[in-house]
Design a protein around this ligand. Structure first.
Ligand code: ARG
Length: 462
């Protein structure tokens, strides 16, 4: 292994202070970029041969050496320490150990600045595609649950006060829609991640006759950065990703909060199955919603990484600055956290929740959440809405005085309030009818929810 400091040119006389070497190094976390670093270096070596900068034989030797390093890494045999500073040096040094002096030619016409930019984009491009797959699984779980609960009714809330009953499927599909936007958003981020900075050099390009479009094409990039300064210092794509990941987490966190509430004794809408809940070490009666709580909690660090990256960038002059080495840990963490949370939530939806249907059906019958429907009823009988609204206020007050629900009023009591009330008022205020009647586009009416389910399937199959 090389000694700290010996990486540098002969301009340096002595090696780094060991504490500073440790402080300066990124190898302990950027080793995660190794497969992408190898991928980028292979394309670079091939381009160097194609443009005549090195010979074909040399390129072949380099490629074989790089492939060997990848295999060593995958078998857990390549574990460079901080003396290597970062993954790029670690690979170059190992390569030279394996193939000899020709290894020293790999870095021709390249800088670690365009190299690390390439690595991180290749990494993120792949991770975005994994997260989009996780989103699809999550959406599928939501959709299945929705299909099985079209006619399960649940109180709908505003201000966390019971407002109007809704179909449980409609509620679940609201989360499906958020996930659909998240999926689309990540597709958009992927476009701006998939641009090649390779060949931008340290900042200004290179004196060698390189072919940037060749490496871009080899690596599956859609195009190249038009400006070398921008290419080596842009991290917008990472910020956009972190923004998209934060939104995914915020959506999961809102849903988690609801599941936690639903599982409380106060709501009692769901039972958590044993495979997805934990107990207390001291209170034997307890069953805790750890999964949604952890998801809600982990949302903080993903949003934190977004803030971290924004603050990292805000004062950077062009072009590369070492500050940019700080772009990785938060990003890697956000990638892992978001994927893990999507997976956990999908499992929770698939096997961890049991909706307590009896309790839900009581919940939609035991309050005044059908009051709007009484007003709407009067409107269909020709009473202007505002007048009907005031009358229903009176009805609710009467009910409260008599400790009755709307459904318990006699026809006589109804007609005392307004002569337009007839026998059919009882049907109009049953929870099922209340839901069914909201058949406006995008509403909770069963016909609308069925259409929404079909649309969701179509969008997922596109
Ligand atoms: N480890 C560095 C990073 O992650 C690689 C680039 C170093 N470039 C430099 N000019 N020191 O940013």
């Amino acid at each position: 292994m090389k000694q700290s400091g010996s990486t540098w040119s002969d301009r340096f006389e002595s090696s780094l202070n060991p504490a500073i070497a440790q402080f300066n190094a990124s190898i302990l976390f950027d080793i995660e970029l190794l497969p992408y670093d190898i991928q980028g270096s292979i394309a670079h070596a091939q381009m160097l041969a194609k443009t005549g900068i090195i010979s074909e034989t040399e390129a072949e030797t380099l490629v074989q050496g790089l492939q060997q390093i990848l295999a060593e890494y995958q078998q857990g045999e390549f574990q460079p320490g901080v003396e290597e500073e970062d993954v790029h040096f670690a690979v170059e040094h190992r390569l030279t150990e394996i193939v000899g002096d020709v290894g020293k030619k790999l870095h021709t016409a390249r800088s670690r600045n365009d190299q690390v930019g390439t690595d991180i984009r290749l990494y993120l491009r792949e991770k975005i595609s994994h997260i989009r797959n996780h989103l699809r699984d999550y959406q599928q779980a939501l959709l299945e649950l929705a299909e099985n609960n079209l006619e399960t009714l649940i109180p709908g809330y505003t201000h966390l006060q019971r407002a109007q009953p809704i179909s449980l499927a409609h509620h679940l599909l609201a989360y499906w829609e958020m996930a659909q936007r998240d999926w689309e958003r990540l597709g958009d981020v992927a476009k701006r991640t998939n641009i090649s900075p390779l060949g931008c050099g340290a900042l200004a390009g290179t004196t060698f006759p390189i072919d940037r479009n060749y490496t871009a094409q080899e690596l599956g990039f859609e195009r190249i950065y038009r400006n070398s300064l921008d290419g080596v210092s842009d991290r917008d794509f990472a910020i956009e990703f972190l923004n998209a990941a934060s939104l995914i987490m915020v959506h999961l966190s809102r849903f988690s909060e609801e599941i936690i509430l639903w599982a409380s004794q106060e709501f009692n809408f769901v039972t958590l199955k044993d495979s997805c809940a934990t107990g207390s070490s001291i209170m034997p009666q307890k069953k805790n919603p750890d999964i949604p709580e952890l998801i809600r909690g982990k949302t903080g660090r993903v949003c934190g990484s977004l803030q971290g990256m924004l603050m990292l960038m805000k004062g950077l002059p062009l072009a590369y600055n070492k500050d940019l080495q700080e772009d990785k840990e938060g990003l890697f963490d956000a990638v892992k956290t978001t994927g893990a949370c999507l997976e956990a939530m999908t499992i929770l939806l698939t096997e961890g929740l049991e909706f307590r249907k009896q309790r839900l059906s009581e919940a939609v019958t035991e309050d005044f959440s059908n009051a709007t429907d009484v007003a709407d009823y009067l409107v269909t009988k020709g009473v202007p809405f505002r007048e009907a609204y005031n009358l229903v206020g009176k009805v609710v007050r009467t009910c409260l005085e008599k400790s009755k629900l709307l459904k318990d009023l006699t026809l006589e009591e109804w007609q005392q309030i307004h002569p337009a009330f007839e026998q059919d008022i009882y049907h109009a205020i049953t929870p099922k009818q209340v839901v069914s009647a909201r058949n406006s586009e995008g509403g909770t009416g069963f016909e609308q929810v069925k259409i929404a389910i079909e649309n969701a399937k179509l969008l997922m199959n596109q």
